[in-house]
Write a protein that binds this ligand. Sequence first.
Ligand SMILES: Cc1cc2nc3c(=O)[nH]c(=O)nc-3n(C[C@H](O)[C@H](O)[C@H](O)COP(=O)(O)O)c2cc1C
Length: 307
Amino acid sequence: MNLDKLLNIKYPIIQGGMANITDGKFAAAVSNAGALGTIGSGGMKADVLAKEIDICKGLTDKPFAVNLIMFRSDIKELVEVVCRAKVPYVIAGAGSPGPYMEDFQAAGIKVMPVISSPLQIKRLDKFDIFAYIAEGMEAGGHIGEMTTMTLIYQVAGATDKPIIAGGGIGSGAQMLAAEVLGAKGVQIGTAFLFTDEVPVHQNYKDLLMHTESHRITSIGNLNGRPMRLVKNPMTREFKELERSESDKEVLEDFTLGRLRKAVYEGDVDQGSVMAGYTAAQFDRLYSVSELLEKLMSEYQLAKNSVK
Ligand SMILES: Cc1cc2nc3c(=O)[nH]c(=O)nc-3n(C[C@H](O)[C@H](O)[C@H](O)COP(=O)(O)O)c2cc1C
């Protein structure tokens, strides 16, 4: 994997932006530990994002990214903030960065869109994309339909730009599998929820440490925007609501509001405990540095074992 060289960082790993969770302080901690830290702007208004970028810049001199959710109605203001701050990288989730590519380029920002199907490459390849983050449905948070196994292989064959694999990667063996399928690096979200530094209520972490894979499910497949999370009373309530409510925005507000309930208040019954399948692979917390060292040593072991 050579994403470390492409991004000028120590490890070929991007910490995926997580709405209401990965703030400027956390992104800086990840960047200082050798991966690419990402501020998740989901849940932040433009002025808050500007402050979090300042915090991040104050805590690290390493590269970092900002994750933008492109379908947001106030996206123009957020784009202005990242361009003014000249952040090194933008990770564009949930929608196309196309309309803002000229602004990003003028500010010297490298753009990595998150994609969930090969079709998106056809639409985006005409732009000056730095790399694609292809994310399979094993991931925590919002998801597409394809699995990481099929998606990475197919997108790697569809473009000359670097592919970064996300979704279901939480060990060195899974990193190596992604590399064999054509990825130059990985984006990881769920595994970072198992760190001491991540600003998530302890109840959220405790629940995840005891979560087995059969407890991980998806909602929003009927009317909403599909997402992966831990099964609880909230997921049952959502499924009821989805039968009578077809407005995507109403359903989205419900799940994001409930994410804040879980993350800030620690209500893991009524809140959305977003996490991907790799949550079942962890039963303790690590420091961010320990987690990255563990991933890299497992990756080396996995590489040696297939020689
Ligand atoms: C709690 C949580 C919140 C997330 N929020 C966002 C988000 O705001 N924007 C985004 O593009 N991706 C979001 N993601 C996806 C991550 O950035 C990352 O791509 C994904 O977690 C990788 O798959 P994994 O969970 O299997 O490691 C979120 C994931 C989780 C677990």
